[in-house]
Design a protein around this ligand. Structure first.
Ligand SMILES: [Zn+2]
Length: 121
């Protein structure tokens, strides 16, 4: 479950990141209009919804960071499940319809009798 930051924290983070009426990305330091309040430590791996764990990041930083978070969260879940003795679901291999029956071997053609190259007239 995702724990979103309460509005009061979001407001505080935006204020913290605002310099001369420009909202600055706290990661790359560039002014930004599209931004996210992101978890420094992802909530999925124990990050708390507190201002110390909040970071204002611009859209491009967010898109760079996010796939990584998703991977970490998935790994955390796997490790947790393993430590609890939960075995991963058995991987089922795809059932293929199999190969068609081998066609019966064609009977070997008998070799025609040799003919001499030069016919005697
Ligand atoms: Zn940025």
């Amino acid at each position: 479950m995702r724990h979103e930051f309460p509005r009061s924290i979001k407001v505080a983070v935006i204020k913290r990141a605002t310099v001369n009426y420009n909202v600055m990305c706290e990661k790359c330091g560039l002014p930004t209009k599209k931004f996210q309040i992101d978890h420094v430590v992802a909530d999925a791996i124990g990050g708390k919804p507190v201002i110390e764990n909040a970071e204002l990041i611009c859209q491009s930083c967010y898109s760079v960071k996010n796939p990584d978070d998703t991977r970490k969260a998935a790994k955390t879940k796997r490790v947790e499940a393993k430590s609890l003795g939960v075995k991963p679901a058995a991987r089922r291999t795809m059932q293929s319809p199999g190969f068609p029956e081998k066609p019966a071997k064609a009977e070997k053609l008998s070799i025609p009798p040799r003919r001499s190259l030069y016919r005697s007239i």
